[in-house]
Design a protein around this ligand. Sequence first.
Ligand code: UDP
Length: 351
Amino acid sequence: MLKILFLSTSVGSLGSGEGGGVELTVQNLAQELRRRGHQLEVVAPNGSWLTDIPVTTIEGNLQIPVQTQSRDVPVCLPDNSVLANMWSYARQVQHQYDLLVNFAFDWLPFYLTPFFETPIAHFISMGSMTKASDRIMQQIIKQYPGTFGVYTQSQADTFPFAKECKILGSAIDLSLYNFNPNPQASLAWLGRIAPEKALEDAVEAVNITGIPLKIFGRIQNQEYWQEILTNFPNAPIEYQGFLATEKLQQELGKCLALLMTPRWIEAFGNVAIEALACGVPVIAYRRGGPAEIVKQGQTGFLVEPDSVTELVAAINKIGQIDRQLCRKQAEAEYSLKALGDRFEAWFTSLI
Ligand code: UDP
């Protein structure tokens, strides 16, 4: 049995959607490790919650998501930083644990690593973002080989230390997602509504096809959202809000396909495997995580990045995809059991 302390992302509380896919990763891993009998504590910002898992919440102000900043941005902490408070807590309780696991992308936990006595594993949830974080990560991985985990190879390749990263993938609790063989005539778009996700491309595509687009997720950038509404006043879009997994999978399952149109190199794209688990094919730009997930012509279509014309062409042939194959791919490749095996082996190697 391992004793592990998880330190969550500091850009949002768990369950809020502000943290993006890493929120689901923390939930799933915590659940799977506990099921295996490991002792686990999850530390996260105030207001956080997980299903069936207690969370130690820490007060303080959130970090600004680094993807909204330029590559040259200096390292920045707000007054009464929740990130700093979480790591002060970690310092106090570290001797009760075999391993600390950092899920924040921020500079501070990397910088603090040599000052801790308990080993620290870093799960990196995005591709390269700033010069300062690349530099500190590079220094730490040199000193502590094997301690960095990432989602995908495409994500690792954005860093100068790509070869040092353990590729761990992602997974979902398949029992929470129901296969839906009978979709209605609508498409889905799912995720944080922020410029790096390029929702506008999906909206432009449905503005052409006329097939309604259901949009699920937290509006992280209001100005950006308003701009889309202004630019496409007549597009057939329906904003559905941010939904918890149970309701989300129910609504997602009713859709013909999921459109994934990220402008950045998506580290993984948890939404892709959630869609597949519901039997929903994925139409995505051929870059980053989705390009490693979608099976061309079998569980969806990968198209030329940033090409709305190709998105439209893919939407028009979505009927060719067998929804059963989508569910089967999720079952074969993205079970929590497989993810648990990989993480357990990684954690054990660090102790
Ligand atoms: N999500 C959700 N409800 C919604 C919309 C999104 O729970 O209404 C979750 C979704 O399940 C996924 C996450 O938001 O886990 C988005 O993660 P992804 O890895 O796709 O992208 P990221 O935000 O990490 O860039």
